[in-house]
Write a protein that binds this ligand. Structure first.
Ligand SMILES: [Zn+2]
Length: 293
């Protein structure tokens, strides 16, 4: 069974509809937090993976703040997944991150406000260190795969996660720039934090879809994508990058499937609680009062 999963972001539904991503549909998985998004099993051998489309199977039906992140992460853990790779399409605050370029982010600022962001509502668990934010082994695999595409790749970047569904104001983007954010999106928190709570590895590759509000001057154009925040040239660059995503992910999955057993901090995130006797070996019981100890 695969031990690597991919959570596909924007455009995953398009790649599924046109057959670029195809496999067996296992469907939504039941979890203590309700049903997950539909899970698929793709590929075979060293490129086998579970796949889940974050925003829907046939279109952008699920805005980030309404996604059941806990159900999605729990479902993948239940299937035996140890490592999660994801993609998302944020906007650029840094001008050097041009639309269509790829960023293997290494840090995150969580500006979300209304999300269920922990599994641990009982027991005082979850006081977990967040550096490195993303699994270095998974980041290395994504970076090597990204560099094979020939696209412009940035090996680092700070992603700010906003609540949405609306886009950010110019003032908010100026604030995030002061904070050191390079990119702004709505998808990766609390996904990355929830994965760590269940001792799963997580890393994300971003493809830049636009300049964030106010970074470049663009007139308001009703009825167009993001009301005119992108040019036609940028739209073609973005579409070309999206075509590379399935192979990029397959290459990274293969690297991780062939990688040695995990020794990264992610796999030991809850070790302190285990050692203290607060939780037992069955991770499914960690969310219960007493933690299954
Ligand atoms: Zn890891």
């Amino acid at each position: 069974m695969p031990t690597v999963a991919c959570i596909g972001g924007s455009m995953a539904y398009k790649l599924m509809a046109d057959g670029t991503l195809s496999g067996e549909r296992l469907g939504p998985q039941e979890t203590p937090f309700g049903p997950s998004a539909a899970v698929y099993e793709l590929g075979e051998g060293t490129t086998a993976m579970y796949f889940l489309s974050r925003h829907g199977e046939r279109g952008y039906h699920q805005a980030p703040r309404f996604i059941n992140h806990r159900a999605n992460i729990w479902a993948l853990k239940s299937l035996g997944v140890e490592r999660i790779l994801s993609w998302s399409g944020p906007g650029a605050i840094s001008r050097k991150m041009t639309p269509g370029s790829v960023v293997v982010i290494d840090d995150l600022i969580d500006e979300t406000r209304h999300r269920q962001d922990t599994f641990f509502e009982h027991g005082g668990l979850g006081f977990i260190r967040q550096a490195p934010v993303f699994c270095d082994t998974c980041r290395d695999a994504l970076l090597a795969a990204a560099e094979k595409t020939g696209l412009l790749v940035h090996a680092k970047g700070v992603y700010a996660c906003t609540e949405g569904p609306r886009l950010e104001t110019p003032g908010e983007i100026r604030k995030l720039a002061v904070f050191g954010a390079d990119l702004v999106g709505m998808s990766l928190a609390p996904e990355v934090f929830l994965a760590r709570e269940l001792e799963m590895c997580y890393a994300a590759v971003c493809y830049v879809t636009n300049y964030a509000e106010g970074v470049v001057k663009r007139p308001y154009q009703a009825g167009l994508r993001f009301e005119g925040m992108t040019t036609a040239g940028e739209d073609s660059a973005i579409a070309a990058t999206v075509e590379h995503l399935p192979q990029l992910i397959r290459n990274a999955v293969e690297t991780l499937t062939l990688a040695p057993k995990r020794t990264c901090p992610c796999s030991q995130a809850m070790a302190r609680y285990r050692r203290r006797g607060d939780i037992g070996d069955d991770w499914r019981k960690w969310i219960e009062p007493g933690g299954g100890a």
